[in-house]
Design a protein around this ligand. Sequence first.
Ligand code: TRP
Length: 330
Amino acid sequence: MKTVLSGIRPTGNLHLGNYYGAMVNFLKMQEEYKCFFFIADWHALTTHPDPKTLNANVRNVLSEYLACGLNPEKATLYVQSDIPEIAELYLLLNMQAYLGELGKTVSFKEKARQNPNNVNAGLLTYPVLMATDILIHNANYVPVGKDQEQHLEMTRNFAKRFNNKYGVNYFNEPTAFASNQQMIKIPGLDGSGKMGKSEGNCIYLIDEPKVIEKKVKGALTDNGPEGENTAKPDCIENLFTILKVVSTQEVVDYYDNLWNTGEQKWYGNLKKQLAEDIIKVTTPIRERINDIKNDEVYLNKVIKIGAEKARESAGKTLREVREIMGFRSL
Ligand code: TRP
């Protein structure tokens, strides 16, 4: 069976874009593949997380993952820093990474520019740590967005170099997960591109209904159609994109028709409907998030079982890599 792996940094809450862009696919994958979903708390160090809240953030993301329906009995759900094998393999893989290529990585250059006083070695080798996450379970598929594709390509290069150097065919060359249906991109409410934390245009899964109503009400719109069958501007198209995901075809057709007739003054109703249908999706998830977040015993159990399963898989890889490299077995 093929292996799928994905990591998320514990910064902030999941929003509608995460849910439809990634989570909905994860839920299908856990039925069909051997899946590893983990919280990349070591990777979070690049943004200097507050020690007082780091652990709470980790548990928060885990609660949200579980509330969305990730099943710890089907997939392996774990916290990166619980797996010391990752740190050791990271050291070994650092020898396969050249300074030149690390320095040219887009994400590194960006972070170095944003934060010129803290261009540390961990930032430079961020792609090696990510490659380690993937290679430690010899994953085949990594469901990532465009912004992570360069890291995935570097992972393939490190894997290839290791294989060549030691004359083995040990590591797979992982590829981006290409599902049959396209990854759905949920736009933001500000008429811009996609919904994203840093864009500040998100509807979060934990948002209360009142908050969602307010956010949708405040979404950018134009003055209405300027005639029959005109093209929709981006801001209106965006509302329809979300409507298509959360509402019925009937509802979408109804508003589409209103647009096409060139009628005015129905955006208020559209927004009301949109908010209502978003709330229908998020309410059960929000309620589960709050239950799980407060169930310390359950969360501890999930974390423990996940760590055990992940360490078993990681330990096997590390033993084999040590042997290939000529270290004695522990
Ligand atoms: N770098 C990823 C991000 O910022 C998170 C991540 C860490 C990851 N390790 C991974 C994603 C391994 C996929 C596979 O979003």
